[in-house]
Structures are given as C-alpha cells and as structure tokens.
Write a new protein. Sequence first.
Length: 95
Amino acid sequence: MNKDWADKVRSQKYLENVREHGCLICHRPPQAHHLTHAQGLRGMRRTGDQWAVPLCQEHHFNLHAYGNESQWWALQGIDPIKWAENNWEIYNNEK
C-alpha cells in the first residue's frame, strides 16, 4: 500500500478535482464525500481527502441518512473505493 493511502491526506486542490466529476449516481454537480468505511475507520470519523468521491447534495444526504455506508454503496452497484483509488492515482500522475 502506498504511504498516501495510510495517511490522512488533506488537499483542497484534490477536493476541487473530485468536484469536477459528476455525482457517481446521477452525474449532477457534486460535493466531495469522504468514504467513512475507507482506511479502517468506523462511524463518522473523517478519512483522508484521497478517499473522497463525488456525490450530489441529494445522494450525499441519502447516504448519511441511510447510515450503513458499505451497504448503501452495494445497493447502488458502485465500488466507491475503486473509484477513489483510480482517481487518486490519475491525479498524482498528472501532477
């Protein structure tokens, strides 16, 4: 595992990059959602910015209201961790 994956990276520039993508569910303009089930964290503790994914306001709210993040993503048929890993790698290769 790359050191960046274990660290809680903080990067406003990277969060801007995440927001340039459409919502992973509906492709509307997004907010950056930090995956709470990444990095082995539990509950609402914030992960590093490298684990942020794009979600519109509606889907972001729905995810938090649902409560079980892993299950919510499974119901959507989307692997957000894979998206985060791919986007982080692309972002770092373009720097």
